[in-house]
Design a protein around this ligand. Structure first.
Ligand SMILES: [Zn+2]
Length: 430
């Protein structure tokens, strides 16, 4: 295994309260030492990272890999390349593949395929219900034994209250999280963007905020009843943030993640019928966006996750109403999120925690830290470098991003997976 000495980086490791200019030595794929002026006997390769931030490899707990079943949109290899280009060294994949991740065999297959690719570790999220149909629970323990780290029907909500109650009960009996795509389809069916001024202007069906809020309110009651662990995926409304905050004050095990697009953009993006700004939940109003930002600031929202949802151009260029929901996000998470630091919402250490340490803790993953002895999964980035996003340069197979042609600030320079350099400024090293 390789050894490597990173010189003069700005090391930020929230788990250990580390925020200093120092050297970092990696041996046998693990963090071996952090300190000023570490010695090098001449045997170790050195990398000058002066002026760059050195932090734990990012962990994205909400990714749609599309493999198995829709490999023309994305596969485990292309997603892994996109991940490390975005500084992500672990990602959790959602179960809405074809077949769905509702059997141990499929879960094992995904993990093995990701290991074969060898760039980014994949931790599957097992399905709550068979075929995500929301009626019959999966064999959760078997999925967990095969390597699933949490449960969700994401892509679909767990719409059936009785199934959600049982899922919270069973999953919590072995300490697992249930992740909800909160959407009451009876309120949102047929909708394609946020319901309000914009949907009226464009003359398209809207999805009201209440579709999200109502389901979260129901689920919080079920969490109270069951003592389960409940996590809101891609939170997007003012009401939802308030509900989660209140549940946490009460001491319930309720957590939430926000996707960069929900704190960076608003429904204004769809003004020109832009299908690359169509996602579920939809971009909301400025008041909702500000509520999500406030939730990130005060800690109500502990995780930033992408909801990376690749779609072929044919699924997007068919009019706003019938275009598929979702955008790619692995390669833009870090630069878009850095705006929170520039705006004084979060410190750099708080931001990094939401993209590494916090998801690791929530899911019980062995990562998200630069502690001595930890796997040397490292993201090294320039926090201020300006560049223009070209969707054709994305490593993802799909190019559905609303940030095409926009200036980004902050760029991943190197990504290390277990001490091995796997990404370096625009190049995958495999
Ligand atoms: Zn979802």
């Amino acid at each position: 295994m390789s050894s490597l000495l990173l010189r003069n980086g700005h090391i930020i490791d929230p788990a250990n309260g580390c925020d200093e200019i120092a050297d970092l030595r990696i041996e046998d794929g693990r963090i071996a030492a952090i300190g000023q002026g570490l010695s090098n006997d001449g045997a170790v390769q050195e990398l000058d990272v002066g002026g760059l931030v050195v932090c734990p490899g990012l962990i994205d707990m909400h990714v749609h890999l599309r493999e198995p079943g829709q490999e023309w949109k994305e596969d485990i290899e292309s997603a892994s390349r996109a991940a490390v280009a975005g500084g992500v060294t672990r990602m959790c994949c959602m179960p809405n593949t074809q077949p769905t991740l509702d059997h141990a065999g499929v879960v094992t297959q995904v993990i093995m395929r990701a290991r074969q690719v060898g760039l980014c570790e994949v931790h599957p999220i097992g399905a709550v219900s068979r075929c995500l149909a929301g009626r019959e629970l999966t064999e959760m323990r078997e999925l967990a034994r095969a390597g699933a780290v949490a449960f969700s029907d994401d892509g679909m909500p767990v719409w059936h209250a009785g199934v959600m109650r049982k899922a919270l009960e069973y999953a919590s009996s072995f300490g697992f999280l249930v992740i909800q795509h909160a959407e009451d389809k009876q309120l949102t069916d047929g909708g394609c963007i946020n319901e309000g001024w914009m949907s009226t202007q464009l003359g398209v069906e809207g999805m009201p905020a209440e579709g999200e809020d109502a389901m979260i309110a129901r689920d919080i009651m079920l969490t109270r009843r069951t003592g389960g662990r409940y996590h809101v995926a891609h939170i997007s409304t003012r009401g939802a943030v308030a509900l989660v905050r209140e549940a946490q004050r009460e001491g319930l095990q309720v957590t939430a993640e926000a996707a960069p697009h929900h704190f960076a953009l608003t429904e204004e993006e769809v003004m020109a019928y832009n299908a690359d700004a169509k996602m579920s939940p939809p971009l909301r109003t400025e008041a909702d966006r500000q509520a999500v930002v406030e939730g990130l600031r005060d800690g109500t929202i502990s995780v930033i996750a992408t909801d990376h949802a690749p779609h072929h151009i044919d699924d997007k260029r068919c009019g706003l109403s019938c275009a598929a929901f979702g955008i790619v996000g692995l390669e833009t998470m870090l630069p878009v999120s850095l705006q929170l630091v520039r705006d004084g919402v979060l410190s750099m250490s708080e931001l990094i925690a939401k993209m590494s340490l916090n998801p690791a803790r929530l899911l019980g993953l062995d990562g998200g830290t630069l502690s001595i002895g930890a796997p040397a999964d490292v993201c090294i980035f320039d926090a201020t470098e300006r560049w223009v996003l070209d969707r054709e340069a994305l490593f993802s197979k799909s190019k559905n991003t609303p940030w095409h042609g926009r200036e980004m600030s902050g760029r991943v320079c190197y990504t290390l997976k277990q001490g091995r350099l796997v990404y370096q400024r625009g190049k995958i090293l495999d």
